[in-house]
Ligand binder design. Structure first.
Ligand code: PBG
Length: 325
C-alpha cells in the first residue's frame, strides 16, 4: 500500500510522542483550593471528597509548605465559618480577626512567596447559605456588592495577593477594583469567577463548608448551563471592569466555554475543576472502574487543551507527583 502521509509516524515511540505533545502540564498550571477550619490539630476528611481534608490553621500551614516544596505556587482559600457567626449581612466575612484574615496572615508569614488567593462570596457566612444578602426571598445585588467590597478590602489588608469573587453579582469586579485603587491596594489581583454556572457538581464543596443554600437555588445569579454567548459577555465585561484573570467554572462539562472565553479575551483564563468532578473520578476509581492516576492526568490535560492557562483543582498535589514520576 502506498500512502503519501502516515500520521502514525508522529506516534511511533515515546520519544517522538513527547516531542510533539501540544499540551504539557506543569506545577505552574495549578491553583490549590484549601478548606480551613477553626481549632488546633483538626483534620477532617470530607465524606464526598475522599482523600481531601479540611484542616485547622496549623495543619494548613504545614500543607502550604509542602505544596511550595512541590513547586506549586498558588493556593485558593476557603474557610468554614462557625454557625454562630452566620447572619444575613455576612459581616464575619470582613472581620479583621476572622478565620480567613488570620489564615492569610499566617500563611504569608510562613511561605511569603506562595500566591494567596481568597474566595470572595458571602455563602460561608450567610445564615441562608446564599452568596448574597437576602431580602424578601431575593438575593439583592447592590447591597451584596457593598459587602463584597468590604470583604475584599479586608483580605487585601491581611495580605492576600489575589481576591477571587465567586458570587456572580453584577458590577462587583469594577466596584472591587475601584475600592482597591482608592485604598492603595495597587498590587492586589482580581481573579473573577466570570462564567460560573448553576451546577449540580458543587455538592461535595457545600458539604465541605456546610454552605448549601437554605432555600431555593442559585439560578438567579449563577448561569444557566444552556448558555454559551452569555459566558463570553460575562468574561469580556469582567475584563473591562478590571479583572486580571477570568475563570470558567465548572471545568469538565464546560470545556467548550473555556475555549470560547479563551478566544475572546486577552487575559489569562482559569478553570475550576470542581468538587463534583473530583468526586466522580474518586468514586469510579474506588469501584475499580477507571485508573485514577491516568484519569487525573487526562482530565487536567483536557482542561488545559481546552484553553485554560490555570486550573484550580483538588488533584494538584497528585498531579505534580505523577508528573515527576
Ligand atoms: C461559593 C463557591 C462554590 C464553589 C466555590 N465557591 C459553591 C457554590 O457556588 O455553591 C464550588 C467549588 C467546588 O465545587 O469545588 N461562592
Amino acid at each position: 500500500m502506498y500512502l503519501q502521509r502516515r500520521n502514525r509516524i508522529l506516534r511511533q515511540t515515546p520519544a517522538i510522542r513527547a516531542m510533539v505533545a501540544e499540551t504539557i502540564l506543569t506545577p505552574n498550571d495549578f491553583i490549590v483550593p484549601l478548606f480551613i477550619d477553626e481549632g488546633q490539630g483538626v483534620e477532617t476528611e470530607i465524606a464526598s471528597m475522599p482523600g481531601y481534608f479540611r484542616r485547622s490553621l496549623d495543619g494548613t500551614v504545614r500543607e502550604v509548605r509542602e505544596l511550595w516544596s512541590l513547586g506549586i505556587k498558588c493556593i485558593l482559600l476557603f474557610v468554614k465559618s462557625k454557625d454562630e457567626f452566620k447572619d444575613n449581612t455576612g459581616k464575619e466575612a470582613w472581620n479583621p480577626d476572622g478565620l480567613m484574615q488570620r489564615s492569610i496572615r499566617a500563611i504569608k508569614d510562613a511561605v511569603p512567596e506562595m500566591l494567596v488567593m481568597t474566595d470572595v462570596a458571602l455563602d460561608p457566612y450567610s445564615s441562608y447559605g446564599h452568596d448574597g444578602i437576602v431580602e424578601n426571598g431575593e438575593i439583592v445585588n447592590d447591597p451584596t456588592v457593598e459587602a463584597l467590597i468590604r470583604m475584599s478590602l479586608s483580605h487585601a489588608a491581611a495580605g492576600a495577593d489575589w481576591v477571587a469573587p465567586s458570587d456572580m453579582m453584577d458590577g462587583r469586579i469594577g466596584a472591587i477594583r475601584k475600592a482597591l485603587e482608592e485604598n492603595n491596594y495597587t498590587r492586589t489581583g482580581i481573579m473573577a469567577y466570570s462564567a460560573k454556572y448553576a451546577s449540580c457538581f458543587y455538592g461535595p464543596f457545600r458539604d465541605a463548608l456546610d454552605s448549601a443554600p437554605g432555600f431555593g437555588d442559585k439560578k438567579t445569579y449563577q448561569m444557566d448551563p444552556a448558555n454559551r454567548l452569555e459566558a463570553v459577555k460575562e468574561a469580556v465585561m469582567d475584563v473591562e471592569e478590571g479583572a486580571d484573570i477570568v475563570m470558567v467554572k465548572p471545568a469538565l462539562p464546560y470545556l467548550d466555554i473555556i475555549r470560547e472565553v479563551k478566544n475572546a479575551v486577552h487575559v489569562p483564563v482559569s478553570a475550576y475543576n470542581i468538587s463534583g468532578e473530583y468526586a466522580l473520578i474518586k468514586a469510579a476509581a474506588k469501584m475499580g472502574w477507571i485508573n485514577e492516576e491516568k484519569a487525573i492526568l487526562e482530565t487536567l490535560t483536557s482542561i488545559k487543551r481546552a484553553g485554560a492557562d490555570l486550573i484550580a483543582t483538588y488533584f494538584a498535589k497528585d498531579a505534580v507527583k505523577l508528573l515527576n514520576k
